[in-house]
Design a protein around this ligand. Structure first.
Ligand SMILES: [Zn+2]
Length: 254
């Protein structure tokens, strides 16, 4: 039975997420930006939170974890460097497996945005929680000196099957789409996505869920190996990792 997924806006642009295995009732919250809202969303669904998956230590992802754990008794797993901001029951890292109902989530260490950043990757559920590494048509900010690490993290996620759903930690979709379209004005798929992003913003629709295939067609950071993107940053013929770094710098100034 496929996992049920509920995604919602929390704080101003953070993604809240609940996943539930309908067979066992096991239910995980992915990060906890606002404990009260996560609880309210779970209650409205009739779901009981049993687990909390922490992607990374940043406060907007961890500040609700302690209160959510107190309210639910959930088991918290996350990276070691989140222990200062969230009560972890289980420290997990690269190669570990976290089980939810009938599905396994592989823990991938995906640094670049934050040192201990984790992605939770389920091949059976075709679903990955990628925190602030991948956003719709974009990627997270990169810590100083960590461009190569971020490129490695992105490259691993890019290699997942195209029908793998990716949930990022924020809805920066319209801003990302505008940058992407500026970098690659001849990409017709992207032009259509920009129009969709404008409509979504106008309607107040929250948009943080995507797929590997959609990003492969539109996300300039996924497409750093394409000649058009290399040309856009004046690096024709350069290695994709260098094009990626130049694109990320350009987005910071956009
Ligand atoms: Zn972050």
């Amino acid at each position: 039975m496929p996992l049920d997924l509920h995604v919602f806006r929390t704080l101003s642009d953070n993604a809240g997420a609940l996943i539930r295995d309908p067979a066992t009732g096991a239910c995980a919250a992915v990060d906890a930006p606002d404990a009260g809202q996560v609880l309210a969303e779970a209650k409205a669904k009739g779901w009981a939170i049993t687990d909390i998956f922490v992607t990374h230590a940043h406060a907007d992802h961890t500040q609700g974890v302690a209160a959510l754990k107190r309210a639910t008794g959930a088991t918290v797993c996350g990276p070691a460097d989140a222990a200062a901001s969230a009560p972890l029951d289980r420290v997990v890292g690269e190669g570990d497996i976290v089980r939810l109902g009938g599905d396994d989530f592989e823990i991938w260490h995906t640094p670049g945005h934050a040192p201990g950043h984790l992605s939770f990757v389920s091949r059976s559920a075709k679903l990955a929680f990628v925190g602030d590494v991948v956003f719709v048509m974009g990627c997270g900010r990169v810590q100083p000196g960590q461009m190569a690490a971020m490129w490695t993290s992105l490259s691993r996620l890019m290699a997942l099957p195209g029908d793998t759903r990716l949930l990022g930690g924020h809805d920066y979709t319209l801003s990302n789409a505008r940058f992407a379209a500026a970098m690659e004005p001849a990409n017709a798929v992207l032009a259509a996505k920009l129009a969709e992003a404008e409509a979504a913003k106008a309607e107040g629709h929250f948009w943080a869920l995507t797929s590997v295939a959609e990003e492969a067609a539109t996300n300039p950071f996924f497409r750093a190996g394409e000649a058009a993107l290399a040309a856009a940053v004046g690096l024709a013929g350069a290695a994709p990792g260098d094009v990626f770094a130049a694109l990320r710098e350009a987005k910071n100034r956009f």
